[in-house]
Design a protein around this ligand. Structure first.
Ligand SMILES: [Zn+2]
Length: 311
């Protein structure tokens, strides 16, 4: 966007000097808020439904002792084992495409769930092998994990993962150069925007698209709970369904009114309980009732953004 777009004509001429540059900065800030992203076929906003199919890998990363603790292990296994059929049915009923970020080990352990995701036309994305933290990990190890997991997905589901979401916390700046080098088209890991953008890598605008998400649209901070290993650290809490789904619905209305990219992060082991599935069903019906809502996979959003937002 040019700095002058949206500035009232003739303002600089009247004010002069420092006042003019202050006004022009203010106008540019206002213009950037007024500028709405463009979506396919004149859609009002984009919606990306995403699921991190962590299974027990989420707990194993924090505490390897979980391998020998059946209750904690079973809490994670509920996702691929019990929740996935419900989630896939729900998506099918709403005609909604979604994006699944899956650790390689989960794909090896529950291959049928991952195959069903690919067969239904949803996106599959990288999420580590055992949900490892990428931040602070040597680059060679990060590369090995990504290459190994691509081979697993090809083997299990016949597809190459198109996207990436950083598991267990932050990633390093070099991780994103690696994603580009390996031909991974998008990341959905950051928190600093409500629109997609191109990653700037080594000083140039790259083809790697970020589709950022937000903690308030993540089911884990609301509903994720375990006593041992503890989550969330610091106290028991499972938020109310009415409050959380009400927040998600109001956020969607806000994104819709401003034409932004609404990204829900969900975890099958968390969102897949019977009551939460009913609540999600209601939210999807609300989203579907708004005309001009583009429900798309991460790959589709990234592809579109590359077209309409030149480097
Ligand atoms: Zn995860």
């Amino acid at each position: 966007m040019s700095e002058s777009s949206g500035r009232p004509a003739g303002t600089a001429g009247r004010s002069g000097g420092q006042d003019a540059s202050r006004e022009s900065a203010a106008a540019a800030v206002l213009a950037s808020e007024r500028q709405r992203p463009r979506w396919p076929d004149g859609a009002h906003c984009a919606v990306m439904l995403s699921f991190d199919l962590d299974g027990p890998a989420l707990w194993l990363d924090e505490d390897p002792g979980v391998w020998h603790r059946p209750r904690a292990f079973s809490l994670g296994a509920y996702g691929p084992w019990r929740a996935m059929p419900r989630i896939l049915r729900l998506l099918d009923r709403h005609g909604a495409a979604a994006s699944f970020f899956v650790p390689g080990w989960v794909a090896e352990t529950w291959p049928q769930a991952v195959r069903a995701v690919a067969e239904a036309g949803h996106d599959l994305g990288h999420h580590g092998y055992l949900h490892e933290l990428f931040y602070g990990r040597p680059l060679a190890e990060q590369r090995d994990i990504l290459i190994r997991c691509s081979a697993i997905f090809r083997n299990v589901a016949g597809v190459t993962p198109a996207g990436f979401r950083t598991p267990s916390g932050d990633a390093a700046a070099e991780t994103f150069e690696l994603l580009e080098e390996l031909g991974i088209g998008y990341s959905s890991s950051m928190r600093g925007d409500d629109r997609p953008y191109r990653w700037v890598l080594n000083g140039r605008s790259s083809d790697l698209i970020e589709i950022p998400a937000r903690w308030e649209l993540d089911d884990f901070p609301q509903f994720g709970y375990n006593d041992d290993p503890p989550a969330a650290t610091g106290g028991d809490r499972i938020a109310s369904l009415t409050g959380t789904l009400g927040n998600w619905r109001r956020e969607f209305d806000g994104y819709y009114s401003r034409g932004l990219c609404y990204v829900l992060i969900m975890h099958p082991q968390v969102i897949g309980t019977p009551g939460r599935m009913l609540a999600l069903d209601g939210l999807l019906a609300h989203i579907r009732s708004r005309p001009g809502t583009w429900l798309a996979t991460g790959s589709q959003i990234a592809q579109w953004w590359r077209r309409v937002s030149p480097p």
